[in-house]
Design a protein around this ligand. Structure first.
Ligand SMILES: Cc1cc2nc3c(=O)[nH]c(=O)nc-3n(C[C@H](O)[C@H](O)[C@H](O)COP(=O)(O)O)c2cc1C
Length: 175
């Protein structure tokens, strides 16, 4: 728009990118809530940050546009409607008030342990019998879960590709 009006906007600062990301994600979240109110399900696809070269071409993106989030929407199947929501970390383990808590090695796995306890509680009857009705999450089980999460999230092919792709996006934004 500014270009069309002959208004020079260079240099484009990274601050614009971060602000635009905020706007975009707020809009996406509102779309999710609106869809939910109409009985329409959705899923964020953060993976849109990967393979930026292919997405740029596919979506005919001009310079300084970043596909920061993709949303897929659709009507839920009966199976999806009946799906039990997975256990979550408790709110106190996600939200910090006024200041970010100092990391503490002793209590680092506490939130996850609570989540794993909830998972056992929520498990179908068969699994509960297997656990003899007791909720006992050992330290090594918590450690294994932390390692598994790190492997899936940060040591995986998708994460390496996302890192490569986002670096390229930032370079193209700043050049
Ligand atoms: C920011 C964000 C990005 C996500 N990106 C993807 C994605 O790229 N691919 C995917 O299959 N799911 C993606 N998800 C969905 C999650 O994997 C997960 O299924 C969902 O958040 C849990 O939904 P539920 O509350 O219905 O269990 C994303 C979710 C969020 C919040």
């Amino acid at each position: 728009m500014f270009d069309a009006e002959g208004i020079k906007t260079d240099p484009v600062f990274e601050a614009n990118l971060f602000l635009a990301m905020q706007d975009c994600i707020i809009a996406a979240q509102n779309a999710v809530v609106a869809a939910q109110s109409l009985g329409i399900g959705s899923c964020y696809i953060g993976d849109i940050l990967e393979n930026y070269e292919a997405n740029w071409e596919l979506l005919h993106l001009p310079k300084y546009s970043v596909p920061c989030v993709m949303l897929v929407m659709g009507h839920l199947t009966e199976q999806q409607k009946a799906r039990r929501k997975p256990a979550r970390l408790s709110i106190g383990d996600i939200v910090s008030v006024d200041t970010y808590p100092k990391p503490d090695a002793d209590s680092a796995g506490d939130g996850l342990r609570c989540l794993m306890e909830k998972e056992v509680e929520d498990a179908p009857e068969g699994r509960r019998i297997l656990n003899r009705g007791t909720v006992e999450i050992t330290d090594s089980a918590v450690d294994a879960r932390i390692l598994d999460t790190a492997n899936r999230k940060f040591r995986s092919d998708f994460h390496r590709e996302m890192q490569r792709s986002v670096k390229k996006i930032l370079e193209s934004w700043c050049e």
